[in-house]
Design a protein around this ligand. Structure first.
Ligand SMILES: Nc1nc2c(ncn2[C@@H]2O[C@H](COP(=O)(O)OP(=O)(O)OP(=O)(O)O)[C@@H](O)[C@H]2O)c(=O)[nH]1
Ligand SMILES: [Mg+2]
Length: 305
């Protein structure tokens, strides 16, 4: 009996949602960084095995929106839990505090009537006794609001601990059905989007505080050509849009050193992905309040489902 179903991965920022989807798909469909609010829109990660097709949606971390960008991100999370078979609610074992404001989503999860699995990630970093406390606290909280986790599974994605159990349990709750995507389809994110996300990842990793959270990356030109040696080269021109002139100076860095570093790291990864040489040009532009502007947010808005 072949099973096919939809699984949404939701939770607080930085819990490891994107790391999980990448690990299960076996390909980096979503960027991951040590900073919260890395993911900005919903991304599908599809896994097809001999017995099932699991269609995951990785979602932005739940937070109180401070601008239109945040509102769209949270709309994405809310949409992602509708009409799915399983919701994985992921928490970070190193930050186990139940915070009823951000955990409000748990009430919405109960209302969907989907199966909810609590995945407690990063158990490589905490003592066993602490894991038991987290399990019981979340269990009690869920019961106090009238819901129930169908499974509670401690995992460490780093150590590949508990992932088999997680997958077996997801499969258990999927309905019987033919696959929806062909076997070689693993994501819905386009090459252009992946390139933008890779550059944003390098910016998040290299820049401090609010600067990288205030950028949006846009590919302006993406063209393949043959160079004089008849080898393929991609010409990729990219705008990094930031909020303030002072941020622009930080992103460019002393004598352009920061932009060069971000560009070099991104180019290497993009070349690996495209399996060809890449000529990457980055331009930094200032657009005040872009986080409130639909002109810049349309791409994110279109990826809320
Ligand atoms: N120690 C430890 N760290 C992990 C594990 N899984 C993920 N991480 C790290 O946790 C950080 C956050 O991971 P992400 O996958 O970006 O988290 P996320 O939930 O997608 O975050 P947002 O997109 O901001 O909501 C990264 O630095 C990961 O490398 C794990 O099993 N153990
Ligand atoms: Mg993420």
């Amino acid at each position: 009996m072949f099973k096919t179903g939809y699984i949404s991965v939701v939770g607080k920022p930085n819990a490891g949602k994107s790391t999980l989807v990448n690990q299960l798909v076996g390909f980096k469909v979503a960027i991951t960084t040590p900073k919260p609010q890395t993911t900005r829109f919903n991304i599908k990660g599809i896994i097809t095995t001999e017995t099932s097709q699991m269609i995951f949606t990785d979602t932005p971390g739940i937070h109180k929106p401070k601008n239109k960008l945040g509102e769209y991100m949270m709309k994405g999370v809310a949409n992602s839990i509708n009409c799915v078979d399983v919701i994985i609610y992921m928490v970070d074992a190193t930050k186990p505090r139940i915070d009823t404001t951000s955990e409000k989503i748990m009430e919405d999860m109960i209302a969907t009537k989907s199966k909810v699995i609590l995945a407690i990630n990063k158990i490589d970093k905490v003592e066993k006794s602490k894991i038991l406390t987290i399990m019981s606290e979340y269990n009690s909280y869920m019961e106090s609001i009238g819901g129930k986790f169908c499974e509670i599974i401690p995992i460490s994605i780093y150590k590949q601990d508990g992932l088999d159990v997680l997958v077996q349990n997801i499969e258990k709750y999927l309905p019987e059905g033919e696959r929806i995507y062909s076997e070689d389809e693993i994501t819905d994110i386009s090459e252009k989007d992946i390139i933008e996300e890779i550059i944003r990842e390098k910016a998040l990793n290299n820049l401090e505080e609010e600067v990288p959270h205030g950028i949006i990356v846009e590919v302006e030109k993406f063209k393949k050509r043959k160079n004089i040696e008849k080898k393929s080269v991609y010409d990729i021109d990219v705008n990094i849009i930031c909020e303030k002139t002072s941020h622009k100076a930080i992103i460019i860095g002393k004598e352009g050193a920061m932009l060069k570093k971000i560009g070099t790291e991104a180019r290497r990864e993009i070349e690996h992905m495209l399996e060809d040489k890449v000529n990457l040009k980055l331009w930094v532009k200032v657009r005040q309040n872009w986080q409130e502007s639909d002109i810049y947010l349309n791409n994110i808005k279109n990826k809320m489902n």
